[in-house]
Ligand binder design. Structure first.
Ligand code: GRF
Length: 205
């Protein structure tokens, strides 16, 4: 947080000097990209503190890559098959493109400790559960199976332990008796689309 605050001061100085306004951000995806689309739309509004300048995917099958073309944003695909060299190249690219902030949005690869350290306090993720409950996969199935009354979503900082970083914001919704994992995930996703921009605003304002 402290570093982000310093970054903010540095940025507002830069703003004055260069007219540059928004924090250059990359979004990492692996799938549908509905959060990506939503973050891009949010980034275009005047009050958004971030601009989306790069989209990273670990697969060329990610449907969300379509938004790179639609919104004219640079995209890069890394298979992460050779993890170390992929990450090394990725770090070079982020540096070259002056990316200061990362939003993970349905990104299915676990990044190395070294990478996470480099973006400490500058990388956030959205998770479809009320963390610390249900880290990992199949969150909705697990919540229904356990007869939980509530589910929801969480935006948190990315730390070395998966889905365990400091929580920024959460939204809770009721699990209905008729819910299955598909209906629940649809309703949670709707909330994710509100929560992610709200969390970004919370960080930078
Ligand atoms: C979301 O439910 C998110 O919470 C999880 O993966 C899903 C990605 O959905 N991490 P989308 O690709 O943004 O539509």
């Amino acid at each position: 947080m402290e570093r982000l605050y310093q970054e903010k001061i540095k940025l507002s100085l830069m703003e004055k000097l260069t007219g540059l306004k928004k924090i250059k951000t990359a979004v990492f995806i692996s799938g549908t990209g509905s959060n990506l689309k939503n973050i891009i739309k949010f980034s275009k509004i005047k009050k958004s503190p971030i601009s989306i300048d790069l989209i990273i995917s670990n697969t060329n099958k990610a449907e969300g890559l379509i938004y790179a073309d639609q919104f004219n944003i640079k995209k890069k695909i890394f298979s992460f098959k050779n993890f170390r060299s992929s990450e090394k190249y990725l770090l070079t690219l982020l540096k070259k493109d002056k990316i200061k902030f990362i939003c993970l949005a349905g990104f299915m690869k676990i990044l190395s400790k070294n990478f996470i350290k480099k973006f400490d306090g500058k990388m956030i993720n959205i998770h479809p559960s009320l963390l610390p409950k249900y880290k990992g996969l199949n969150t909705h199935n697990r919540a229904i199976k356990n007869k939980d009354k509530f589910s929801g979503c969480t935006v948190h900082y990315v730390s070395a332990r998966t889905d365990s970083g400091k929580i920024i914001l959460q939204k809770k919704i009721r699990i209905e008796a008729k819910d299955n994992s598909t209906s629940l995930s649809k309703r949670v996703l709707k909330q994710e689309h509100k929560l992610y921009p709200a969390a970004i605003m919370r960080i930078f304002n």
